[in-house]
Each structure stands twice: as C-alpha cells, then as structure tokens.
Design a protein around this ligand. Structure first.
Ligand code: RP5
Length: 165
C-alpha cells in the first residue's frame, strides 16, 4: 500500500494533527510524520515533496496556520494529491486566514482543502483516495461510516426519549 505523508508547519500544530495520524493508524495505513515549514525550512519541504512519489507515498496531508503556504508549496513540487488542513493557530480570524491561504490555489496546482482544524477528515479523504484501488480499505471505510451512523442514531434515540416523552 502507498504511504500517506503527514506534514505540518510547526510543532505547535501537533495537538490537532495527531488526530489525522491516529485515524491513519486506526485504518492500518502506513504513514510518516514530518515538521517542515514552507517559510522556515523551504529546502527540506521542497526535497520531500519532489521525492515523495518515488519514495512510496500516495497522498500528502499538509497542515499549516497563519499565512499557510505549506500545502500549496508542497503541491507545487509533486503531482501526488495534496490535502490541506488550515490550522486555527493565530488569534486572528479563527483560522480564516489559513483557510483562504490554503484553498485559494491558482489553476494547475490543486490542493483539496478540509475544514479549519479538520484533521480527521483529511485522513479519511487520504484513505478514500487510496481505497479507490484497495477493496479491503474500502470495506473499512464502509464500516467506519456505519459506526458513525449508529452513533448519531443512538444519540437521537436518547434525545427523543428524553425530550419527546
Ligand atoms: C505556521 O504558522 C504553522 O503551521 C503554525 O500553524 C503557525 C504558527 O507557527 P509557530 O509560530 O507556532 O511555530 O507556519
């Protein structure tokens, strides 16, 4: 199976990004975690994405806040799918700064952007991409959907019995 790369711009992103790492681990998807900054370690970020395909990766997840150039700069150096997680790292605008920086890519260099701090969905989207050609992974995704559905239905049953006697 291809690996998923989880890259973040700062160690301060880890508490949120760890949810993506846990989701990948729960699905048994091989992954690597790196801290590379588009601004503070641009050579390392470039080298990673330029070599990612030949190094066995299938998808790159990139989390960054504030000016949030990481996902776009990684995408500029690879044709692997890149999923951006805009991080709510600054007190300015609750992450809308990073959301706009991540989502507003120029034509030709796509970045699939999830919600602000949307680490779990970033991992699930990466798994969905790998599951296009992996039936066993697709079955695990279907099981996860069914479990999520059951959680909501159980919560609904409890709320209905409490509030609609
Ligand atoms: C971004 O700036 C990082 O991804 C992080 O979200 C934000 C703040 O970084 P630190 O100042 O905490 O290192 O590049």
């Amino acid at each position: 199976m291809k690996k998923v790369a989880v890259i973040m711009g700062s160690a301060s992103d880890l508490p949120v990004v760890e949810k993506a790492v846990k989701t990948l681990a729960d699905f048994g998807v091989p992954h690597e975690v790196h801290i590379y900054s588009a601004h503070r370690t641009p050579e390392e970020a470039h080298a990673f994405s330029a070599g990612a395909r030949e190094n066995g990766f299938g998808v790159i997840i990139a989390a960054a806040g504030m000016a949030a150039h990481l996902a776009g700069s990684l995408a500029a150096n690879t044709t692997l799918p890149v999923i951006g997680i805009p991080m709510k790292s600054s007190t300015f605008a609750n992450g809308i700064d990073a959301l706009l920086s991540t989502v507003q890519m120029p034509s030709g260099i796509p970045v699939a952007t999830v919600a602000v701090d949307g680490a779990v969905n970033a991992a699930l989207l990466a798994i969905e991409i790998l599951a296009v050609s992996d039936e066993s992974l697709a079955r695990k995704l279907a099981d996860r959907r069914a479990a999520d559905t059951k959680k909501v239905l159980d919560a609904n049953a409890e709320a209905e019995s409490r509030f609609n006697p």
